[in-house]
Design a protein around this ligand. Structure first.
Ligand code: NAD
Ligand code: USQ
Length: 482
């Protein structure tokens, strides 16, 4: 048995001994035309400065490498969405930009001519090491990803490596990049992970709630006008027996009427962390005049976007395991390897779902149409509702057409959740802003299944069954077999 590493550690870039890269155009010292390799702290101190303001020693400010020889600037399909009012492209900080939704979004925004910076601690890659998990798709390091993007498009993506719970790091990042918008994906996002044991529950809430609080303080201190686009979750609402509105509900009680935040009934320590975030954001919009959009996103499926398709080194991660894998993605991989589809309990659990290509579209729409100062705006970000049984049926039918032998089984539900319930959630605000949904069609399922089949030799079937029980969570650290 191998004990899991404690995750009380935050990734302190100052502890990392690896050399890092500094772009020639941001360096106060003369730099070579290709790349400047800073290997010592003293050198980094001198090198890292921006507009006369030195960055602190532990801020790892890494930019894509100057690749003049390799660069072949392409005119990509997505025309610039950046407003013509200003010739200066909008600067978007993508926190969590090395993750599943964040990587696809960073590339999409860069493709649309936004100036993009990724901020990430790589804690998601660390979770894989801790739990012995791996993405279905091979994924390149962030440095390789960014260099490849630059070589294909000529576009820079700036990179700040660090933990947003470290306010010094975040402050320097804000002062250096000066974002117009911050898209915040940078949280521990798995409900099962948050229910493994006490330390994971605590980590999830600390990481998510404090990280978001730091982002709010950084906006207040350094970029008051900056628009926060925060990834929340449909799971904040739970499964009430009435229609779910977009953020707010108008209630008449004892003859008086008010519009109030929609009631929240989250059902994991992860989902609860999002509720806490929403409350903190709503309060700071009111108190400090921050402008924010909370994107209550449903379950995301798919992996390919126009940009990640451009090169295998731009591939996105694809989780299928029992901790980080989400329903439809898991079912496609299960069908590809001949594993029964794992329907938890009765399978009537209904959620909102969306294609990852719509995630990137929604974020872009939110950025392009910002909230007003002091406004706390909530959009429900999904395109269709399905029950788990619906998904199992769809994957079974699509798999059979491809000659796969697919069957679904009912697995004892490791979660505490309603398995048969009413569910009708509004999702009109993003459509009104111009979202053109990619709905789950037979052809999309075919392509997802074919994608899973292509990588099926990489599947570790021992990671498929759920192992985390909502009821059995304890204070004792959980271990994993090596
Ligand atoms: P992910 O785990 O793939 O990516 C999150 C990224 O954030 C990772 O790269 C991680 O290293 C980084 N990160 C986490 N904590 C950080 C910190 N303190 N400082 C800096 N970086 C940090 O997750 P994802 O699937 O891309 O989800 C992104 C966001 O969208 C999350 O907030 C999640 O709650 C939300 N969301 C995801 C889904 C989904 O189906 N994937 C659905 C609804 C909402
Ligand atoms: N489920 C199964 N079988 C599986 C996997 C899941 O029946 O093999 C069921 C779950 O019990 C649940 C539903 O499918 O009822 C969705 O589970 P999921 O694992 O696909 O998604 P969830 O845990 O809710 O979390 C995911 C993301 C999270 C995001 C959330 C959006 O990991 O970051 O916030 O989707 S939502 O569900 O709308 O809250």
């Amino acid at each position: 048995m191998t004990h899991l590493l404690s995750i009380h550690c935050t990734l302190k870039p100052s502890c990392i001994t690896k050399p890092y890269y500094q772009p020639y155009n941001r360096c106060s010292n003369p730099c070579p035309t290709s790349l400047l390799l800073c290997t010592s702290r003293s050198l980094s101190k001198n090198c890292i400065s921006h507009r006369g303001k030195p960055l602190r020693r532990h801020t790892f400010y890494v930019n894509s490498v100057h690749l003049t020889q390799e660069s072949q600037t392409q005119s990509l399909s997505g025309a610039s969405q950046v407003s013509n009012e200003s010739s200066k492209p909008k600067r978007v900080m993508v926190i969590g930009g090395d993750g599943y939704c964040g990587w696809a979004t960073a590339l999409h925004l860069s493709n649309k001519n936004y100036e993009v910076a990724i901020v990430d601690s790589f804690v998601r890659r660390l979770f894989d090491h801790q739990l012995g998990l791996d993405s279905l798709t091979p994924i390149s390091s962030i440095h390789t990803r960014i260099r490849r993007w630059k070589s294909l498009t000529g576009k820079n993506i700036e990179l700040y490596i660090g933990d947003i719970c470290d306010f010094d790091f975040l402050s320097e990042t804000f002062k250096s990049f000066e974002p117009d918008s911050v898209v915040h994906f940078g949280e521990q996002r798995s409900a099962p992970y948050s229910m493994i044991d006490r330390s994971r529950a605590v980590f999830t809430q600390k990481n998510n709630v404090l990280g978001t609080l730091n982002v709010l303080f950084a906006i207040k201190e350094f970029r008051e006008e900056c628009h926060l686009v925060k990834l929340g979750t449909m799971g904040e609402y739970g499964t009430p027996n009435i229609d779910i509105e977009e953020g707010y509900i108008t209630i008449t009680h004892n003859g008086r009427t008010d519009t109030l935040p929609y009631p929240k009934q989250a059902s994991s320590f992860y989902h609860l962390s999002k509720v806490h975030d929403s409350n903190n954001i709503a309060f700071t919009c009111k108190a400090w005049g921050i402008r924010a959009t909370d994107l209550n996103q449903g379950v995301v499926y798919g992996v390919r976007t126009d940009e990640t398709e451009m090169h295998e080194e731009l591939s996105n991660r694809f989780d299928y395991d029992g901790v980080f894998g989400t329903a439809l993605n898991r079912f496609c991989v299960q069908a590809a390897v001949g594993h029964p589809l794992t329907v938890y309990g009765k399978g009537g659990q209904t959620r909102g779902y969306l294609d990852i290509r719509d995630t990137v579209q929604c974020v872009e729409l939110a950025i392009a149409n910002p909230a007003s100062p002091g406004e706390f705006r909530v959009f429900n970000q999904f395109t269709e509702q399905f029950s788990v049984n619906d998904l199992a049926r769809l994957v079974t039918n699509a798999g059979e057409k491809l000659g796969l032998d697919v069957r679904a089984i009912s697995v004892p539900n490791p979660r505490v959740e309603a398995e048969e319930h009413y569910y009708n959630a509004k999702h009109t605000k993003l459509i009104e802003l111009g979202l053109k949904p990619h709905l789950l069609s037979d052809s999309l399922l075919d392509s997802l299944l074919n994608f899973a089949i292509r990588f099926k030799d990489r599947v570790d079937t021992t990671q498929i069954m759920p192992t985390v029980s909502w009821k059995k969570i304890s204070a004792k650290p959980k271990t994993v077999a090596a």
